[in-house]
Design a protein around this ligand. Structure first.
Ligand code: ADP
Length: 300
């Protein structure tokens, strides 16, 4: 099974003609409220794509947290590790989308930033039960390091999706089975701009030198560059007509974790992740675009 430790948010989207200027109030159009947060998105992806998933997260004592909890349950996710913080509100993101489909986003992480090593320790049984630990960077880094170190000690596979990018401590790299940056995150973390297989290999070597076993750089429509002891090269994604790339990376990571926890080898797991993520970009939205195994088995 898989333990996802990460964020959950409620995305509140307002469609408008244009963005308001400072001090201005405008009347917008449609309002949408959607479950989000990289942690929750990846947990949902892993669950829909065949994984047995438990989620470690923190919500607030409010209606958004209740909705989040109920929603995760309907996805078949074990929410015994989702704790309620009595100080901070649930994470929310306020999003304005203008008529050109550009967006402006402010995230209030709230309770997500209170997920402490102590909280992780309270639910450490969930890690004991898992083979794969999947994390992103929307919770405190101390908690990420704490879990990665425990997972390393217990010979679990930790996958870190380093998004949103921030500098990472060396002791974290040393505990990782895999890191899955996109091209922007790779440039931020390594200083290397990936333009081809050579530069991808150089960026991968940066992570390998820090102790990361497997490097998977996602390359958008081109698929992913994979570097491990057994395999180095690009695994391409199926060609699709892209509609909305929101949650492509989240689908990729959830699918990867699901495949690895089901015993697939690295190459087949990445091929599966490419297939699932490519399908997600053919649909609008974040979690609404994440396919189930059944959907994936049908032609586009
Ligand atoms: P992020 O969404 O995090 O920026 P990428 O853009 O690298 O990450 O996309 C993640 C994965 O989604 C890719 O590795 C690929 O499998 C899939 N993907 C993204 N865009 C496309 C596309 N236009 N066509 C097919 N697959 C895509």
């Amino acid at each position: 099974s898989i333990l996802v430790a990460g964020s959950s948010n409620t995305d509140m989207v307002i469609m408008a003609d244009h963005f308001p200027s400072p001090g201005e109030t405008i009347l917008g159009g449609r309002f949408l409220m959607n479950p989000g947060g990289k942690g929750a998105n990846q947990a949902v992806a892993a669950a829909r794509l065949g994984g047995n998933v438990a989620f470690l997260s923190k919500i607030g004592k409010d209606v958004f947290g209740e909705e989040t909890m109920a929603h995760l349950k309907t996805e078949g996710i074990d929410v015994s590790g989702v704790a309620v913080d009595d100080q901070q509100p649930s994470g929310v993101a306020q999003i304005i989308v203008d008529k050109n489909a550009e967006n402006c986003i402010v995230v209030a992480p709230g309770a997500n930033m209170t997920l402490s090593p102590k909280d992780a320790d309270t639910h450490i049984q969930l890690l004991e039960n898992a083979e794969v630990l999947l994390m992103q960077l929307e919770i405190p880094i101390e908690t990420i390091v704490y879990l990665a170190e425990k997972a390393h000690e217990w010979r679990k596979k930790t996958i870190l999706n380093p998004a949103p990018a921030q500098k990472l401590p060396d002791e974290l790299y040393a505990c990782l089975y895999a890191i899955t940056p996109n091209e922007t995150e790779t440039a931020f973390l390594t200083g290397i701009k990936v333009t081809d297989e050579i530069t991808a290999g150089q960026a991968a070597d940066f992570f390998h030198k820090k102790g990361v076993k497997t490097v998977i750089i996602t390359l958008g429509a081109a698929g992913a560059y994979v570097s491990s002891v057994d395999f180095k090269g690009i695994l391409s994604a199926p060609a699709v007509s892209a509609l909305d790339t929101t949650a492509a990376g989240d689908t990729f990571n959830g699918a990867l974790a699901a495949a690895l926890s089901n015993g697939k080898d690295l190459e087949s797991a990445v091929a599966f992740a490419n297939k699932a993520a490519a399908r997600a970009v053919t649909k609008m939205g974040a979690q609404s675009s994440i396919p189930t195994l059944e959907e994936l088995s049908k032609p586009v």
